[in-house]
Design a protein around this ligand. Structure first.
Ligand code: ZN
Length: 230
């Protein structure tokens, strides 16, 4: 077993998950899966900007090295990245996508971000897709906490209610395993979905200690990859 991000061979268990955390870079399974996807898609060689929302520190550091100015890390609260050496820019997914030129982005990525965003999530996905150039990749992941989609954007909802309804005190929605396609695939009109199993050999997943549940449909542990058609 080795970590695809930092090449360490040392792993430790985390919350009952054997060898979940890399001792070298601190990555968990989902970050390693994300890195495998980015490597396989040769994201470090794209010529247009790569937009990374709420970046994973270990991945951000490596992409900043290879992409230089084309690497654009963003967050609603960019100051939290300063100690990791990442110069993130402030970006509000509800308002700032309209300020970016359409078709100007080579690839974009957000992992477990949309459940925090206080506006229409399908609209955000659609706006992000508009930013992509032909052939560009939209790489993302959301947590699935219910069978049917649930959402409550009210500031009045208590922490206890958010925990119960969405599984986390900062989440404003829960994505549904049964209705995700129905609700969100229309936002991907003009893009094709790429299967992880087609993209990456299963032995590579095992080596990086990525659980098979990450490859199941609508898994909180998985990564979805879409490519904008030419
Ligand atoms: Zn590592």
């Amino acid at each position: 077993m080795h970590c695809p991000i930092c090449k360490s061979n040392n792993f430790k268990s985390y919350r009952g998950r054997a060898n979940a955390r890399c001792c070298g870079c601190g990555s968990f399974e989902r970050s390693r899966l994300l890195w495998l996807v980015l490597e396989t898609l040769k994201i470090s060689q794209i010529s247009l900007p790569f937009f990374h929302f709420a970046p994973e520190i270990g991945i951000a550091q490596r992409l900043a090295e290879s992409l230089g100015d084309r690497y654009r890390p963003f967050d609603f609260d960019p100051d939290i990245y300063i100690k990791g050496g990442i110069n993130a820019e402030r970006f509000d997914l509800c308002n700032d996508t309209q300020k970016v030129k359409k078709g100007s982005v080579g690839a974009l990525c957000h992992v477990h971000v949309l459940e925090h965003v206080r506006c229409n999530a399908a609209f955000v996905l659609q706006e992000l897709n508009e930013l992509l150039a032909a052939g560009g990749y939209h790489i993302f992941s959301v947590p699935f906490f219910s069978q049917q989609y649930r959402e409550n954007l009210s500031e009045q909802l208590s922490v206890a209610d958010r925990l119960e309804q969405f599984g986390h005190e900062d989440h404003v929605r829960s994505f549904g395993t049964e209705d995700f396609s129905l609700m969100f695939e229309p936002a991907f009109k003009g893009l094709e979905r790429i299967s992880l199993r087609d993209l990456i050999d299963s032995s590579v997943f095992q080596e990086a200690n990525i659980p098979s549940r990450a490859l199941a449909k609508n898994s909180s542990h998985g990564i979805m990859v879409w490519r904008k058609c030419s």
